[in-house]
Design a protein around this ligand. Structure first.
Ligand SMILES: [Mg+2]
Length: 380
């Protein structure tokens, strides 16, 4: 089997980012890797679609690297070798940046091909079930709300009623600093009961001392982890924060490759790394990152904020990984999020999801949605 084409597909639904329905998901970059045997693989890159698609198919400037030209004629089943080939081709021009995000989507597509070729779900090719028979997704929401009424409604309608057993909310810098957020978290804890961990995403809003003060203020409220409290390069600050609170500190959404994640764990002392298969180097690399975390007694809980392709990729890694108790499940509805694949993911009565059992990632592209929202066509 040989690769014949690496096709970046840009999707755009239009509208403003941060709209209630499609926050962060008004566009997507899907990667299709075609072969001469009729099997194709599907992947996704979580990043600027135009920029990343130019790295995947950059034939006008081939001396800067062009993953498609690099891969055509190769056997798609030689995934580890192809990972090195792609990585080394960008060693001198952005080896930790968007080239890794571009590689990520291709690597996911190669695993999809392998699963289809061997007629197995990807998680089985990654070593099989990792000490569990289902995956527990945590509901990833935008906001907890900014008034007591909103907080109660969010907890009841978005977390408890659908049956999620863990949830994460974003926070805004002002409420983190003035003590409002801690009060809202206390209220949420009363509403959720003791059993449902609440995770808090600070989105790099605080400096080290502010983050320590905030973390200590919410320690009594069963916080699953505090995410992205600091700027991604503030590794000393992460270490100080981690040693200063009993709450698990999570980071990694902004970090690519096992090299950056090793620094995050060894220098930054984070408890949880959040490498996303569509950003950090594909399934190949996040599986390595999860193993490095396991060696250190740390957890791997991937970031995920794109379509069901991303979710399926991360879910297959989590399914096969021992130290991965959760996967992020974005629950804000959106056309690309909910309709781009023919399959959708639902929790069962225990708040868990079965492993994908179809060959490959377990999801297939809805070609009607692809055609309707292909970049360059006016949104219909
Ligand atoms: Mg985040």
């Amino acid at each position: 089997m040989k690769i014949t084409e690496v096709e970046p597909i840009i999707l755009q639904i239009g509208g403003a980012r941060n709209s209630d329905t499609d926050m962060g998901l008004i566009d997507a970059l899907v990667v299709k890797v075609h072969t001469d045997e009729g099997i194709y693989g599907v992947g996704e890159c979580d990043g600027h679609p135009l920029v990343i698609s130019s790295i995947i198919r950059g034939s006008a400037f081939p001396h800067w690297g062009d993953f498609e030209q690099l891969l055509i004629g190769e056997n798609p089943l030689n995934i580890t070798y192809l990972w090195e080939k792609m990585y080394n081709s960008f060693a001198n021009s952005g080896r930790r940046g968007l080239s890794i995000w571009a590689m990520s989507g291709i690597d996911v597509a190669l695993w999809d091909i392998a699963g289809k070729y061997y007629k197995r779900p990807v998680y089985q090719l990654l070593g099989g079930a990792g000490g569990k028979d289902a995956v527990t997704p945590y509901a990833s929401l935008n906001s907890l709300g900014s008034t007591p009424d909103e907080v109660v409604r969010t907890c009841r309608e978005s977390i408890k009623k659908p049956g999620y057993r863990a949830a994460k909310v974003h926070t805004d810098p002002k409420t983190l600093r003035d003590g409002t957020m801690a009060k809202l978290v206390k209220l949420a804890r009363e509403e959720l009961g003791e059993e449902i961990p609440l995770m808090l995403d600070l989105y790099m809003a605080l400096d080290t001392d502010e983050a320590i003060r905030f973390a200590r203020s919410v320690e009594p409220y069963n916080i699953g982890f505090i995410e992205a409290a600091l700027k991604p390069d503030n590794l000393d600050g992460y270490a100080k924060l981690s040693y200063s609170t009993t709450i698990d500190i999570a980071a990694g959404e902004e970090h690519t490759t096992r090299f950056m994640h090793t620094e995050l764990m060894d220098k930054g002392k984070v408890d949880i790394v959040q490498a996303d298969a569509t950003e950090a180097g594909g399934i190949t690399e996040v599986k390595r990152i999860a193993a490095l975390a396991h060696d250190r007694g740390k957890k791997y809980i991937p970031h995920c904020w794109k379509t069901n392709i991303s979710f399926a990729a991360n879910m297959n890694v989590v399914a096969s990984t021992i130290n991965a108790p959760y996967v992020e499940f974005p629950i804000i509805p959106g056309i690309l999020r909910n309709q781009l694949t023919n399959e959708t993911f639902q929790i069962d009565s225990s708040g868990r999801m079965k492993f994908p059992e179809n060959p490959g990632l377990g999801v297939t592209l809805n070609e009607d949605v692809v055609e309707k929202y292909r970049y360059g066509k006016s949104p219909g």
